[in-house]
Design a protein around this ligand. Structure first.
Ligand code: FES
Ligand SMILES: [Fe+2]
Length: 395
């Protein structure tokens, strides 16, 4: 798939109206009841506390989910220009992502075929046409081909054609790059569902501007970090002093797009007639929250989109790669100031409130105080997500 051209940024409106969304999103939004008619949903659902504390369970998730199906690794926008490359170590596998001259994205093991050295380090993209190993300077094209060996005449019988970088199956869609971390597993790209890609394309994730990004290292199970993005129960409570008052305590409209989940909710006092106000910023009226299976969250705000890749590193160790995306680069000091304020606010809400809640829940769960965790009707998407996960764990 080709890189979106940066030129497409020009002439883009600052915010989106309902008609700019996908047919699937519009149909779902039209199903949101008015605040006064929102049903009260009650459910009986629970999961054993051990799903957050048990090493065996963690190992099973790694083997059956994270190594068996393609996982979202990063945004296409991180390597937007042809001739760029970036390293990514979050999943415990040294990855090298590149976009070749023709615009195709590739994923490789970040290991030189001479002695295994990483070709690239750090977390910023580099613009280059070749990758040169820092150790003995073997060079590779961005398509992984071994292009040059220093002092090649000093090797006898070195068949360079068999020493290209090891490529991992990868796909790009909707502005995300998915990779199969285990190259020996049967590639499973079922998460790259066409409806999800259509929705992400409608948001313009692929050619958005990365206003800010931050990596969080958390002491909590990855599912505890993810759960708050699958429920509205905590919003009025945990976020009472920040964003809580903007939201309503009502169920979301939920759709499965393959294994991925789309949740859409109306803001406080939502009325369907709000949708027919011409020229209205749709992201002021409704909030989208996606769970891109198994571990990536996409949440809309009026003027930006948050993407979080939630990466398990251990039973109670998680890395979150947070990205704040805006449709345009701020071009005035006022615009910059607004985005900067939003960025600090959202990092405070997610980092200081949601992630903090996950870490303090982990401590309580580790104490053995609870046999099980129970979920209410305002958390009904959590068991829906776990059913998707368990289907794979039991396969
Ligand atoms: S390890 Fe890369 S050239 Fe030697
Ligand atoms: Fe939250």
């Amino acid at each position: 798939m080709n890189a979106p051209s940066p030129a497409r940024l020009e002439g883009k409106p600052l915010f989106q109206t309902l008609d700019m969304l996908s047919a699937g999103q519009i149909a779902a939004i039209r199903r949101i009841p008015s605040h006064d008619h929102a049903p009260t949903v009650a459910i009986e659902a629970s999961r054993p506390a051990t799903i957050f504390t048990c090493q065996k369970r963690y190992d099973l998730e790694q083997a059956k989910v994270f190594r068996k199906s393609a996982v979202p690794v990063m945004l296409s926008a991180m390597i937007v220009e042809p001739g760029s490359a970036i390293a990514h170590d979050g999943y415990g596998v040294p990855l090298l992502l590149t976009r070749d001259r023709k615009g195709a994205a590739h994923a490789f093991l970040n290991a030189c075929q001479h002695k295994g050295s990483k070709l690239l380090e750090g977390c910023d993209a580099v613009k280059t046409s070749r990758l040169t190993c820092p150790y003995h300077a073997w060079t590779y094209g961005l398509d992984g081909t071994l292009a040059g060996v220093a002092r090649a005449e000093t090797f006898i019988n070195l068949d360079t054609s068999t020493r290209n970088l090891v490529e991992l199956p990868a796909r790009e869609g909707g502005g995300l790059i998915w990779v199969m971390l285990d190259r020996h597993a049967e590639p499973d790209f079922s998460g790259v569902d066409a409806r999800l890609v259509e929705d992400m394309d409608a948001f313009g994730i692929g050619d958005a501007h990365i206003y800010g990004r931050k990596t969080f290292h958390l002491k909590a199970n990855w599912k505890l970090v993810q759960e708050p993005f699958l429920e509205g129960y905590h919003v009025q409570r945990l976020h009472a002093r920040t964003v809580g008052p903007l939201f309503a305590d009502v169920p979301n409209v939920v759709d499965l797009l393959g294994p991925n989940i789309r949740q859409i909710s109306g803001k406080a006092q939502f009325n369907p007639t709000d949708l027919d106000i011409p020229g209205e910023n749709i992201h002021k009226t409704v909030t989208h929250a996606y769970l891109v299976f198994p571990n990536t969250v996409v949440v809309t705000s009026p003027y930006y989109i948050s993407v979080m890749v939630i990466i398990p590193n251990g039973v109670r160790e998680t890395t979150v790669d947070y990205y704040m995306l805006t449709r345009l680069q701020p071009d005035t000091p006022k615009g910059e100031e607004i985005y900067q304020r939003s960025y600090e606010m959202i990092l405070g809400v997610f980092g200081g409130e949601d992630f903090r809640a996950a870490e303090i829940s982990q401590v309580g769960l580790d104490s053995g105080a609870l046999e099980e965790v129970v979920y209410c009707g305002l958390e009904a998407t959590i068991p829906i997500y776990y059913e998707q996960l368990e289907k794979r764990l039991e396969a």
